[in-house]
Design a protein around this ligand. Structure first.
Ligand SMILES: [Zn+2]
Length: 274
């Protein structure tokens, strides 16, 4: 729905501003909206569930971001994350026998996001639990506990995931926190990656604790091959991390007017600094 509306709005503005700045920005906007289709060239399928939330609350540029790797504390029998298509269906070896392939990639990407985010001046840290299997989800050193505490203190906690391959997965997108206070960083990530409904699967453990989940994409096909292939791995990880960092930067205070389409300015989001 959003995609269709975007195209319509794009054409409308092209007609309004046939020449000049407005016309140009409308064309840019049209191109941007076309890129938000069902399939991303790098990440593959994008989630196609209907969702209505909008992140409206402004986020100050000093926002402390906490990045975590999904399943980093749950490498037991349940909840280890997807093994990916290569291992499950193509008979390939796991990247690291001590963990699911999903965690392997979650860790590399989470660390890349933090490194790149620091270079861009973000207030951003990484949390990695001391043990790979903590049975009690509410133990103080789990992602859930540390992320929930960070969120309660006003920070933004984001857990990186890959979705399952084939029929078991939905695609890339942000699963927001179960909260009435969704903000401009949520909005920015959802615009870049896709938008899951708030009560996805009845409300997952992390979102119930104020932690956002970012599904990078389904661990299959071109995306998984690009990660596994040593000649492209570094570039694919850097590209994914760059997209996440760019979304965070666009979602916070000072940079919010940058690259923002006229439609969004009309609807909401006055720029302010806390
Ligand atoms: Zn996961």
């Amino acid at each position: 729905m959003r995609w269709t509306f975007g195209i319509f709005r794009g054409f409308y503005l092209v007609c309004l501003g046939a020449v000049g700045l407005l016309g140009l920005s409308a064309i840019d906007m049209l191109a941007e909206n076309l890129s938000l289709g069902k399939e991303d060239p790098l990440l593959g399928p994008r989630v196609q569930m209907s969702s209505q939330w909008v992140g409206r609350i402004n986020v100050p540029s000093s926002m402390p971001f906490l990045i975590m790797a999904g399943h980093a504390d749950s490498q037991g029998i349940a909840g280890a994350g997807t093994v990916g298509e290569a291992v499950a269906l193509k008979g390939q070896m796991p990247m690291d026998p001590s963990m699911s392939d999903e965690l392997y990639w979650n860790l590399l990407i989470a660390r890349a996001i933090v490194q790149m985010g620091r270079e861009r001046g973000l207030n951003i840290t990484f949390y990695d639990p001391p043990l790979r299997n903590i049975v009690d989800g509410n133990h103080p050193s789990t992602n859930w506990s540390v992320g929930a505490k960070h969120a309660l203190q006003g920070g933004y906690a984001l857990e990186i995931h890959f979705d399952s391959y084939g029929q078991y997965g939905f695609g890339s997108g942000l699963i927001p926190a179960i909260s009435r206070k969704l903000n401009s960083v949520d909005e920015s990530l959802a615009e870049s990656f896709g938008r899951y409904p708030i009560f996805f699967r009845g409300g997952l453990g992390a979102p119930k604790r104020g932690i956002r989940i970012l599904e990078i994409g389904k661990l299959e096909g071109k995306l998984e091959n690009g990660l596994r292939d040593l000649s492209s791995r570094e570039n694919v990880i850097a590209e994914i991390a760059m997209r996440v960092v760019q979304s965070l930067v666009l979602g916070i205070g000072e940079d919010k007017t940058f690259n923002q389409s006229p439609g969004k300015v009309d609807i909401d989001h006055p720029v302010s600094h806390h």
